[in-house]
Design a protein around this ligand. Structure first.
Ligand SMILES: C[S@@+](CC[C@H](N)C(=O)[O-])C[C@H]1O[C@@H](n2cnc3c(N)ncnc32)[C@H](O)[C@@H]1O
Length: 264
């Protein structure tokens, strides 16, 4: 029996030649197709493929507990026909973020990178009507679509969209010394992630939460030999975050990987 598990990039993970060769000690007849060895965790649990939410059947399974609102569905349909549509957070991540927001009940949210409005809509729909959202993006065309969708969802009055370069806008908000946010979501250009986190830490309410998207970059960040320039950038960002002593963090391997950050 041959089971081939591919990830989205069509790179083969591990091929199980014979299921009956997997014994209780966890040794299996695995023919290695990639450079990585199965981890202790995989062997012990008899999991023969790397844990990977990019696998289509895992994603399909996760989708079973995800619900989308009518306007979320509309935005997703729109993004599906756009060349940059993959920039939208996936429904399973939106569902998870909504879940977290229902727990922490923020009164103010800051989003860095809104695209066509899916994530900001998720935040509005998962929070109390008194919660205000500030969204920053520099692309007029995409945010025009976002504004239409927010209007349709009747939550426009809760989202303040600021057009412009994120670092400039964040620096202005910091200079005004007026606003603090309970939840900050960073999902813009990866090369500036560290600057965005530094700004976000200045704008974060004492028990607030920062979430940074795409920190696993389809798993590329964990490869020492990756040639993907964005993966290298995010890898360097992650390493610097791991070394910081002023924050507490956790990476959740959902969608493209999120880093959850709290101030110590
Ligand atoms: C990955 S998309 C955001 C996706 C969005 N969070 C969603 O789930 O639909 C990144 C967005 O960041 C914006 N962006 C990238 N670099 C930026 C910058 N320096 N300043 C402001 N916006 C930026 C892009 O225009 C794009 O809309």
């Amino acid at each position: 029996m041959i089971l081939v598990l591919n990830n989205r990039n069509n790179k083969v993970g591990y091929v199980v030649k014979s299921m009956k060769n997997i014994n209780d000690q966890g040794s299996s007849n695995i023919s290695k197709q990639s450079t990585e060895e199965p981890s202790f965790f995989q062997k012990k649990r008899k999991i023969v493929a790397p844990y990977n939410t990019e696998l289509e059947y895992v994603r399909a399974y996760l989708a079973k507990c995800v619900t989308l609102s009518p306007v979320q569905k509309k935005i997703q349909a729109q993004n599906n026909i756009m060349p940059e549509g993959r920039m939208q957070i996936r429904p399973e991540l939106a569902h998870f973020l909504g879940f977290i927001l229902r727990l922490i009940k923020p009164q103010s949210i800051l989003e860095v990178g809104s695209y066509t409005g899916f994530s900001a809509l998720t935040f509005a729909e998962s929070t109390d009507p008194s919660c205000k959202i500030t969204a920053i993006d520099r692309n007029l065309e995409w945010t025009k679509l976002a504004e239409q969708f927010w209007k349709e969802a009747k939550i426009s009055d809760r989202i303040h969209l600021i057009y412009g370069d994120a670092f400039t806008v964040l620096t202005d908000i910091i200079a005004q010394k007026k606003s603090f946010y309970d939840f900050i979501f960073i999902d813009a250009d990866k090369k500036n992630y560290e600057s965005y986190v530094n700004c976000a830490l200045k704008l974060l309410a004492p028990s607030g939460l920062i979430i940074v998207d795409n920190v696993l970059w389809r798993g590329e960040v964990a490869k020492t030999d990756s040639v993907d320039p964005i993966a290298k950038m995010i890898h360097a960002f992650n390493e610097r975050m791991f070394e910081r002593t002023d924050i507490r963090l956790s990476i959740v391997p959902l969608d493209d990987g999120i880093m959850m950050i709290q101030k110590k």
